[in-house]
Write a protein that binds this ligand. Structure first.
Ligand SMILES: Cc1cc2nc3c(=O)[nH]c(=O)nc-3n(C[C@H](O)[C@H](O)[C@H](O)COP(=O)(O)OP(=O)(O)OC[C@H]3O[C@@H](n4cnc5c(N)ncnc54)[C@H](O)[C@@H]3O)c2cc1C
Length: 491
C-alpha cells in the first residue's frame, strides 16, 4: 500500500511522463487520470514503477508479453472490479487483466494503461458433495491440484503447475485428462463475472447460458471473471514421466507414428517435442496414464528407446505435474504459434523435426540471443472433442484437429521482431505442408485455440462461425465498448 503522499507524487511523475511523450499522449493521459482516480478509492491502491507490487503485477512468464503500465492494481472483491470498470468508463484508459501471466502475446494481459492483477482472488473451495470445486482466478494449477490431492480428486486443468487457472479456463485447456474428459473449458460448471456494464453475476447452463458459453474460449472479451466452478473427478496413482532423447531421433519418430496410428486410449496422453538449438535437435517425450500401470505395449516403444534417459514411474498426479514444470530464465522471452493437424503421419512428424532444426539455424544466424526452437506433437483422440458444449472456440468431433505448437525462446528485447517473424514463418510452413498432405484445412475451415495463437491471428480464424452471436452478446453487455480498451482477440 502506498501512502496518500507517495501516490500523489507518483501521479505527478506520471503527468510529467505524459507531457514528455506526445506520441502516446492520449493513452497516457487517460491512464494517468485512471491511476489518479484509483488512488482516491480507499480500498484500491495503485502501485507504480519501482515498487515490488508493480513489478509483480506487470510480470509475465515471457518478458516479451509485459508492457510498462502506468500503474497497477490488485482488486480483491467484485465490488472493487465494479469500481475499476466505472473508472475505465470515465477515463477511457487502456487496461488489461492478468491471471498468472502465461500468455505469450503482449497487450493481451498487459497494457500501457491500467494493469489489473487478479492475485488476490485466491479462494478455493470444494463443494459439500465434493462434486465441484470453486477456484479463484488468481490461482495457478499447482495450487489447485495441491488443494485437491488429499481428497483423491482432480479437475481438468493445465499440464504445467505455474500456468494460471484463469487464462487456461477461458481459452481451451489442453490437459493430461483431455482424452478422458475433454478440454478444461468443457468441464466448467459456472463462472462469477463482473460484466463491463458493471453487473456482477454468476453464469451457468441455467442462467446467462450465452455468457457462460462465450467464456468457453472468449478470454477477456466479456468482462473480468473472479472465479470458476469446475467438475471434479476421482484420481488415484498415475503412471508417467519424461524421457530425453539424444543423437538419432529416428526410433522416437517411429514410436510416435506407431502410437498415433493406434486407436486412442482415453486414459493415456502423449506429448513429443523436438527441441532444436543451432541446428541440432534432441527429443522430449512426456507420457501420462490415468492409472498405476498403462496397458502392455502402449508406451513400450518409447520406454525401450536405447538413447533415452529420464524416469517414468507410478506416482501421484501432483508429483507428475510438478516434475513437468516448464522453467523459464528470469529474462526469458518467448512466443509461439499453433497449426491444426488431423493425423500425425510420418511425413508431418519428420517435417516438423526438419523445420525445428532449420528454424533454429535461422535463429542462430539472425538473432543475438535466440536459445531454443521447439516443435510439439500432441496426439489427442477424436473422443477428446466429444465433450464440447457449443463453446465460443469451435471444437467438435467433426473437426478433431490436434495442435502443432511451435515455440521460440530468446532473451534480448532487440530480437523480438525477428523472432516473432521467424515463429510465424515456422508455423506457416508447417500448416501449408499439413494442407498439402491432406491433414489440415485452409483458413475458414479450421479454428485455432486462442491460448496457442499469435496476436496477429484474425479473430475469424479463432471463433469462426460463432463470431455473429458473440458480437451480438458483446454489444448487449458492453454498451460503452470498454472491452475495446483492452487487447487480445477482439470480437
Ligand atoms: C509454460 C506454459 C505451459 C502451458 N501449458 C498449457 C497446457 O498444458 N494447456 C493449455 O491449454 N495451455 C497451456 N499454456 C497456455 C496457457 O493456457 C495460456 O497462455 C493461458 O492464457 C495462461 O493463463 P494465465 O492466466 O497464466 O495467463 P494471462 O497472461 O494472465 O492471461 C491470458 C489471457 O486471459 C485473460 N484473463 C486472465 N485473467 C482473466 C480474468 N480473471 N477475467 C477475464 N480474462 C482474464 C487475459 O486478459 C489474457 O487475455 C501454457 C503456457 C505456458 C507459458
Amino acid at each position: 500500500m502506498l501512502s496518500a503522499r507517495k501516490w500523489l507524487l507518483s501521479i505527478a511523475s506520471a503527468a510529467l511522463l505524459v507531457s514528455a511523450t506526445p506520441a502516446v499522449d492520449d493513452r497516457r493521459s487517460s491512464a494517468a487520470a485512471a491511476c489518479a482516480r484509483v488512488g482516491t478509492k480507499q480500498e484500491l491502491s495503485p502501485a507504480f514503477a519501482g515498487s515490488v507490487q508493480y513489478e509483480h503485477d506487470i510480470s509475465h512468464w515471457s518478458n516479451a508479453s509485459s508492457l510498462p503500465s502506468l500503474c497497477s492494481v490488485q482488486p480483491d472483491s467484485p465490488q472493487e472490479i465494479q469500481q475499476l470498470f466505472s473508472i475505465i468508463k470515465a477515463t477511457r484508459t487502456p487496461w488489461a487483466v492478468k491471471g498468472l501471466g502465461h500468455c505469450n502475446n503482449n497487450n493481451m494481459s498487459s497494457t500501457y494503461g491500467l494493469q489489473i492483477d487478479m492475485s488476490q482472488f485466491s479462494q478455493i473451495a470444494l463443494s459439500e458433495d465434493k462434486k465441484s470445486l470453486k477456484v479463484g482466478t488468481g490461482l495457478n494449477w499447482g495450487q489447485v491440484y495441491g488443494y485437491l490431492a488429499p481428497h483423491g480428486l482432480i479437475v481438468v486443468g493445465g499440464r504445467s503447475p505455474t500456468v494460471g487457472a484463469a487464462g487456461l479456463l477461458l481459452s481451451s485447456g489442453y490437459a493430461w485428462l483431455t482424452n478422458e474428459y475433454g478440454f478444461a473449458i468443457d468441464n466448467t460448471l459456472s463462472a462469477d463475472i463482473v460484466l463491463p456494464n458493471g453487473t456482477f453475476t454468476t453464469v451457468s447452463e441455467n442462467h446467462g447460458a450465452d455468457i457462460f458459453r462465450a467464456l468457453q474460449g472468449g478470454l477477456n472479451n466479456f468482462g473480468i471473471v473472479t472465479s470458476l466452478t469446475l467438475k471434479t473427478f476421482p484420481i488415484g496413482q498415475v503412471w508417467g514421466g519424461s524421457l530425453q532423447v539424444t543423437g538419432d531421433l529416428t526410433a522416437m519418430i517411429d514410436a510416435t507414428v506407431e502410437y498415433s496410428a493406434k486407436p486412442s486410449v482415453p486414459q493415456a496422453t502423449l506429448a513429443v517435442e523436438f527441441l532444436a538449438v543451432n541446428g541440432t535437435a534432441t527429443g522430449l517425450i512426456i507420457m501420462f496414464y490415468d492409472g498405476p500401470t498403462p496397458p502392455p505395449g502402449l508406451f513400450d516403444a518409447f520406454v525401450n528407446l536405447p538413447n533415452a534417459t529420464g524416469s517414468v514411474k507410478t506416482q501421484s498426479f501432483i508429483d507428475f505435474v510438478q516434475a513437468g514444470e516448464v522453467a523459464a530464465a528470469p529474462n526469458n522471452r518467448a512466443t509461439w504459434y499453433s497449426a491444426p493437424i488431423l493425423n500425425w503421419t510420418r511425413e508431418i512428424i519428420e517435417y516438423i523435426g526438419e523445420q525445428a532444426v532449420e528454424t533454429s539455424i535461422k535463429v542462430a544466424q539472425q538473432s543475438k540471443s535466440g536459445t531454443l526452437v521447439s516443435g510439439n506433437i500432441e496426439p489427442f483422440g477424436t473422443q477428446a472433442y466429444s465433450f464440447s458444449r457449443g463453446s465460443a472456440w469451435p471444437h467438435d468431433t467433426a473437426h478433431p484437429y490436434n495442435t502443432f505448437n511451435g515455440l521460440v525462446m530468446w532473451t534480448d528485447p532487440q530480437d523480438d521482431k525477428i523472432l516473432f517473424d521467424l515463429t510465424i514463418e515456422y508455423h506457416t510452413k508447417i500448416w501449408q505442408k499439413a494442407i498439402e498432405l491432406g491433414i489440415s484445412r485452409p483458413k475458414g475451415e479450421v479454428f485455432f485455440p486462442p491460448n496457442y495463437s499469435q496476436g496477429i491471428t484474425p479473430v475469424e480464424q479463432i471463433y469462426g462461425p460463432n463470431l455473429g452471436w458473440l458480437r451480438t452478446l458483446k454489444k448487449k453487455i458492453d454498451p460503452w465498448n470498454l472491452i475495446s480498451l483492452t487487447g487480445g482477440f477482439k470480437i
